[in-house]
Design a protein around this ligand. Structure first.
Ligand code: NAD
Length: 254
């Protein structure tokens, strides 16, 4: 049930962190993975390192806030692969600021990448999904999209938007045999999380430690912890799940 043999799988924000770990895990179970990222250098290296491990992987530069880029990816995948089976809308950025401190440009950037990007790429990839094969879309929300968090106002708004956009997409596209779910990670050890310490001007070690002890399982997540949840939502094991959230956070009950 976990196999995704030759399933065409698109991952955004795939050059780093959760996106890369997921691209790798999907490739390990047989998927043909198309890695998308705005960072061309890191993205091509990521795809190259997957190919060196014997996996089917290629990189395409795609800024998920660009209509043109998303449309081009849609056309390219239709021509090259004929269809898409799995779409992981994962690219996201964070600014650790309150509404008072956020510049308008920072608000716009966070909403554009983390929320609008989900809409734009889905707009061009849903038509490439085949209702007989079915499709699975997984959007990256966050624990903070469900319960809020401190000094991350635009991010919390964007991620709450992703949670409800997921439900809207599930309702609209269920009849086409497309499932749409949301993965809500807790603090996961990636460049994004470490950069939060910088943004908040706190010491990184103490920041990561505080984050680990905040939860029953008393450690922060690894990118692969999150990738496993995404694989579950991508695979047939979740065949009767749509429009829901999977919280993977070591029990972030605080
Ligand atoms: P990361 O910074 O390691 O990776 C994000 C990737 O997205 C980078 O490779 C970056 O180049 C790419 N990206 C940024 N803007 C882009 C754009 N406009 N178009 C295409 N790609 C773009 O971050 P991560 O921690 O792996 O985060 C992945 C997702 O998980 C994000 O949506 C993030 O909000 C979410 N998330 C992360 C955590 C955590 O603790 N790390 C917790 C909850 C949710």
């Amino acid at each position: 049930y976990f196999q995704l043999k030759d399933k065409v799988s698109v991952v955004t924000g795939a050059a780093s962190g959760i996106g890369y770990a997921t691209a790798e895990l999907l490739a390990e179970v047989g998927a043909k993975v198309i890695l998308l990222d705005i960072d061309e250098e890191k993205g091509s290296q990521a795809a190259q390192s997957l190919r060196e491990k014997g996996f089917q992987a290629e990189f395409k530069k795609c800024n998920v806030t660009s209509k043109l880029d998303c449309e081009e990816v849609g056309n390219y995948i239709k021509e090259t692969y004929k269809n898409v089976d799995v779409l992981f809308n994962n690219a996201g950025i964070i600014r650790r600021k309150t509404v008072v401190d956020l510049e308008e440009s920072e608000w716009d950037a966070v909403i554009d990448v983390s929320l609008k990007g989900v809409y734009l790429l889905s707009k061009y990839l849903i038509p490439v999904m085949d209702s007989e094969r079915g499709g699975s879309i997984i959007n990256t929300g966050s624990g903070w999209g469900l319960k809020g968090g401190d000094k991350a106002a635009a991010y919390c708004a964007a991620k709450a938007g992703v949670v409800n956009l997921t439900k809207a997409m599930a309702i609209d596209h269920g009849p086409q045999n497309i499932r749409v779910n949301c993965i809500c990670p807790g603090d996961t050890d990636t460049p994004l999380l470490r950069d939060e310490a910088k943004q908040l001007q706190v010491e990184e070690g103490a920041f990561l430690k505080g984050s680990a002890t905040d939860r029953p399982l008393a450690r922060i997540g690894t990118p692969r912890d999150i990738a496993k949840g995404v694989l579950f939502l991508a695979s047939d094991l979740s065949a009767w799940m749509t429009g829901t959230e999977l919280v993977v956070d070591g029990g972030g009950l605080a």
